[in-house]
Design a protein around this ligand. Structure first.
Ligand SMILES: *Cc1c(COP(=O)(O)O)cnc(C)c1O
Length: 386
């Protein structure tokens, strides 16, 4: 089976992890800062806080934004559940903003309309999490303008999007947001096995994120509430977690970052080839907003079902039977049983549901060869035009 995504591990990556294993520190050593600096420089962000997953990163980003009971967090329904769960972890309420039917990202016009009615109802969100689906940036300038008008914090969920560009700059520089979160899960663009990172330009958010990552403990006397009574002294000044990443993982991440441009270049080549080779089929291919250059974590096609005698499920199953490990990103979060119990109805977000009925993610990853891609194209052609 050709998977929809997989990691690329080089000999240099392996050596970097072995070196970390043989060093004095296998956690909280120098590799973490090296990894954070590499990502911060790549994205032109001032601060980076590496943690053990993007889920942890989203949680502490929400806490740093002050999200708590009684507050609202809004995100896209077409995302992984973690983009919404982070609000529930903080005791806040979660709601969704329907997607744009062309980019599949959170719709700016739907956001605007929802903000207007939320203002009248006195239920404005404290945090909005735009998700850069498949690696294509949301319309961040417009979302940022709305954040200024309505007073919410913007946390970009860029789990798919490290290496992507928006208005000619790398995603992660937080030009139009307060914080940006990356994931380093193995199917994502850069991996540490498990891992995540929060990027920010704001020193106060940075200090708060560092505290939350490690139990709320500080050894910085400038942050302490009392006089140290000895060299052993540290203070817990907040309620944090153990969300730390290890040096082994960070060593892998830093080594991977030296190849990120090659990763992105090949994903863009594969996407361009799909565009060209699938153009004649009854499919809607991924539309690219002119302000964006995707990192191509996913290549999502939509079936033009009115032109087909097969169902969405038939096409999906026949591709799997042909050895193509297609997937569906995502079942809309509001349709999950846990969210249904919170009161959401299937048809609350019609554009998300329409997307769900038609979308299929084709394999795209650094090691996917031209021959494998041709095999996928041939299989798709024979299924759609028998
Ligand atoms: C993968 C992913 C996450 C969670 O990432 P982990 O590192 O596995 O915790 C969050 N949001 C989106 C959009 C993702 O794709």
């Amino acid at each position: 089976m050709i998977p929809y995504g997989r990691q690329n591990i080089s000999e240099a990556d392996i050596q970097a992890v072995v070196d970390a294993l043989k060093s004095d520190f296998i956690t909280q050593g120098p590799a973490i800062e090296r990894f954070e600096t590499a990502v911060a420089q790549y994205c032109q962000a001032k601060y980076a806080v590496a943690v053990n997953s993007a889920t942890s990163a989203l949680h502490i980003a929400c806490l740093a934004a002050g999200l708590g009971p009684g507050d609202w967090l809004w995100t896209s329904p077409v995302t992984f559940v973690a983009s919404a769960n982070c609000g529930l972890y903080c005791g806040a309420n979660v709601d969704f903003v329907d997607i744009d039917p062309t980019t599949y990202n959170l719709s700016v016009s739907a956001l605007k309309a929802k903000l207007e009615s939320a203002r009248k109802a006195g239920k404005l969100p404290k945090v909005v999490i735009p998700v850069h689906l498949a690696g294509q940036s949301c319309e961040m300038e417009a979302i940022y303008r709305l954040s200024q008008e309505y007073g919410f914090t913007v946390i970009e969920d860029a789990s798919h999007a490290i290496g992507g560009d928006y208005q000619g700059r790398k995603i992660g520089g937080c030009q139009f947001s307060d914080m940006t979160v990356f994931s380093f899960h193995p199917v994502k663009i850069v991996t540490t096995g498990e891992g995540g990172m929060v990027m920010t330009q704001d020193p106060a958010l940075y200090r708060k994120l560092c505290l939350l990552r490690s139990h709320g403990i500080t050894r910085d006397s400038a942050q302490m509430e009392q006089e140290p009574d000895g060299p052993w002294y540290y203070e817990q000044i907040d309620l944090g977690f153990n969300y730390r990443i290890t040096d082994l993982q960070a060593a892998l991440g830093a080594s991977q970052m030296t190849r990120i441009d090659a990763f992105i270049r090949h994903r863009r080549e594969l996407a361009a080839q799909y565009h060209q080779k699938l153009a004649q089929l009854p499919l809607t291919l991924p539309h690219q907003h002119p302000d964006t250059e995707s990192a191509w974590h996913l290549y999502v096609i939509r079936l033009q079902l009115e032109k087909l005698s097969l169902s969405h499920r038939d096409v999906f199953e026949q591709l799997r039977a042909a050895g193509i490990g297609v997937n569906l990103h995502y079942m809309p979060v509001h349709t999950q049983p846990y969210y249904c119990k919170l009161g959401f109805q299937q048809d609350d977000f019609p554009a998300a549901m329409q997307y769900y009925r038609e979308a299929i993610s084709l394999p795209i990853y650094y090691d996917l060869s031209d021959a494998q891609q041709d095999q996928i194209v041939v299989a798709l052609k024979s299924i759609l035009n028998p």
